[in-house]
Design a protein around this ligand. Structure first.
Ligand SMILES: Cc1cc2nc3c(=O)[nH]c(=O)nc-3n(C[C@H](O)[C@H](O)[C@H](O)COP(=O)(O)O)c2cc1C
Length: 210
């Protein structure tokens, strides 16, 4: 793996091919899956980010645009935003690249807990209700958006477990401030966020040292 630091200071960042990803049995990854709120301050490499985003919600069946996580009605209504120190980026899964949406450090707005401001990467799962056409009403849209975001979050948990990364999914998000900062449309809702980083020094309660 190259050691290119994650200084994403361009408008479009073409990610390296995700490759085969970390090798670990599904059972071993499930054994290791846990939430951690302790991260080193080091950025993830572009290769690590590439593999993580592909696992999260990348295209795994190019012939029809199928994704690594399921979505109700195959709406694919969740956009994954990658919020790092250099700025906030939207993951364009079809082209496997990042599109700059704000060249500012918005990490603190992605949560209501102290650790999020320093977490090297905060993923934000944003649902676009406009893509959920057959849904009965916004209550049903919110329900499915939460479920679909949860599937993505679990992909990230399992990837993190296999790749030796720390992560925690979060419902606590400063939605009132983050939505305008990301320039979200009125049809878009922030479902969940998820912090990711290299494993920090403090062992989480209940985590097994490996
Ligand atoms: C939908 C959802 C929302 C969560 N929100 C937060 C949150 O805002 N902040 C946080 O620190 N942990 C959050 N968590 C993580 C849980 O606290 C954690 O999964 C739980 O304590 C069990 O620990 P484990 O994941 O290590 O098994 C959330 C988990 C889920 C599934």
């Amino acid at each position: 793996m190259s050691t290119i630091p994650l200084h994403l200071d361009t408008d479009v960042v073409v990610l390296p091919a995700p490759g085969a990803g970390p090798e670990m049995s599904l059972h071993a990854a499930l054994e290791r899956r846990h939430s951690s709120r302790h991260f080193l301050s080091d950025s993830l490499s572009l290769e690590a980010l590439s593999a993580l985003l592909w696992s999260a919600f990348g295209v795994n069946r190019r012939e029809h645009g199928g994704r690594t996580a399921p979505s109700a009605h195959n709406w694919q209504e969740i956009d994954v935003y990658a919020v790092v120190e250099a700025g906030a980026y939207r993951y364009d899964a079809a082209a496997h690249r990042l599109i700059l949406v704000k060249a500012e450090d918005l990490r603190a707005l992605t949560g209501l807990q102290d650790f999020v401001a320093a977490a090297p990467l905060n993923l934000v799962y944003v649902a676009d209700f406009a893509r959920m056409k057959e849904a009965r009403d916004d209550e049903e849209r919110a329900f499915f958006a939460g479920a679909d975001a949860g599937c993505i979050a679990q992909n990230v948990y399992l990837h993190a477990a296999a790749a030796g990364l720390a992560t925690v999914v979060r419902g606590l998000v400063d939605r009132r401030r983050l939505a305008p900062a990301l320039g979200l449309a009125s049809t878009q809702r922030i479902a969940l966020a998820q912090s990711v980083g290299m494993v920090g020094p403090v062992m989480e309660e209940g985590a097994t040292p490996r």
